[in-house]
Design a protein around this ligand. Structure first.
Ligand code: ADP
Ligand code: MG
Length: 395
């Protein structure tokens, strides 16, 4: 299914006031923007609107202030960084809605950009309060949702306001939905899905769906241990999500009758504890002795996975193969990341830690699409409709 919502390019914005919900939820360090990836990801939409003479009113949440204004959750540092990146002053309104915010929005000249304060300073934001949505909508002629990272939530600043104004998809949101959907909709084959990370429960929805769509699912990370336990294999002191064992058993059973091969690691790297300086040993097998924990997939598994990735027509990767933050245990994740980077097929990577792993290995630019949305990308891949997308105008 192609993207079926009206996009920014379809909108006449000249001289009009456009409310843009962006995802500017960046990490702050000592009052400064730490990683500005999300701000950069929002720039194409903002630049497009500015170049077409729109009056741009930006809004976003940052962190979880819980409906109360708090200085440490102010978007002030984001306004500063945005001003630098755009090369033009972006003013910050001291509130989300209210007389002051309305007056500042009304005072914008064409091509100027205003940032409203953190939407989660308003208790109505996460409740999708219609009154807050009405007040937000009152400052603008049309609405653009570019906040893919929160599209899986129906909040006042995305779904609420979209119901009240002509509402379009921003460029980032459009590309996220198109690229992530492309993995499931008529992918080039073989379709290989690589899943890792800490918990089966986080990714069981994706496993379930792709057991019906993919040619191979390759499992790594601590997620493999509930699968071993479901098969009666000892996991020693490894991180095992107990509730995940039943889910893993269900997935193994579903895989039996499916056209999809569900692959588990065949060897592991072990440590004593989750610590950079822990003793390490390689296990040519997967039966983990007591006193040891599996912290990475082993070299035979990694090489096998890399070969399947290289032969794939489409690759989706979500979740590291091990505790890649510890240098001793990053080689499985590195081998998979290098394979994804070098793959000839269409490659998509999602998940905060997988994206951090790509960055650690300097491979970010060599993947076709790196998703900025964690929870939203998982829900989309599960085949669930995203409220923030559903609320937009049909194309
Ligand atoms: P993503 O953010 O890419 O979706 P997750 O959040 O699901 O990934 O999982 C990432 C976390 O899983 C990392 O912090 C990593 O250290 C941890 N992890 C992966 N494998 C193991 C393992 N074998 N033992 C302990 N932790 C692991
Ligand atoms: Mg994570």
């Amino acid at each position: 299914m192609a993207f079926d919502r009206a996009c920014l390019r379809d909108a006449d914005v000249d001289g009009r006031t456009v409310l843009v919900r962006a995802d500017l939820n960046v990490p702050l360090e000592a009052g400064q923007v730490g990683d500005d990836t999300r701000i950069r990801a929002a720039l194409p939409t903002i630049r497009d609107l500015v170049s077409r003479n729109a009056r741009v009113v930006l809004c976003s949440h940052l962190g979880r202030p819980g409906g109360i204004p708090a200085r440490e959750f102010s978007l002030g540092p984001v306004a500063d960084r945005l001003s630098e990146l755009l090369g033009t002053e972006v003013e910050l309104a001291p509130e989300v809605v209210g007389d002051r915010a309305r007056a500042m929005a009304a005072g914008l000249a064409p091509g100027e950009v205003l940032l409203l304060e953190n939407t989660r300073f308003e208790p109505g934001e996460t409740d999708n309060d219609p009154e807050l949505a009405r007040e937000l909508a009152a400052v603008a002629d049309l609405f653009v949702n570019d906040a893919f990272g929160t599209a899986h939530r129906a909040h006042a600043s995305n779904a609420g306001v979209a119901a009240l104004l002509p509402a379009y998809a921003g460029m980032l949101l459009e590309r996220e939905v198109s690229n992530l959907s492309a993995v499931a909709d008529d992918p080039d084959r073989p379709l290989v899905v690589v899943l890792g990370g800490a918990k089966v429960s986080d990714k069981i929805g994706v496993i379930d769906r792709f057991l019906e769509l993919a040619d191979q699912i390759l499992i790594g990370g601590a997620m493999c241990f509930p699968f071993y336990r479901a098969r009666g294999i000892a996991t020693g002191d490894s991180l095992v999500e107990e509730d995940g064992i039943t889910l893993a058993a269900g997935a193994l059973e579903k895989a039996e009758g499916s056209g999809c091969e569900l692959c588990l690691p065949v060897d592991l790297s072990l440590g004593r504890e989750f610590d950079p300086a822990t003793d390490r040993r390689d296990l040519d097998g997967v039966e983990v002795p007591d006193g040891w924990m599996g912290l990475d997939i082993g070299p035979r598994s990694a090489t096998g996975y890399a070969g399947r990735i290289a032969a794939a027509g489409t690759v989706l990767w979500n979740g590291p193969m091990g505790a890649f933050e510890l240098d001793q245990f990053d080689s499985g994740t590195r081998t998979v990341a290098e394979a994804v980077a070098g793959a000839a097929g269409f490659t998509v990577v999602g998940g905060g830690d997988s994206v951090a792993a790509l960055a650690k290995f300097g491979l970010t630019d060599r993947v076709d699409w790196v998703s900025t949305g964690g929870g939203a990308s998982l829900e989309l891949l599960e085949g669930r409709p995203l409220p923030g997308v559903e609320a937009l105008k049909a194309a």
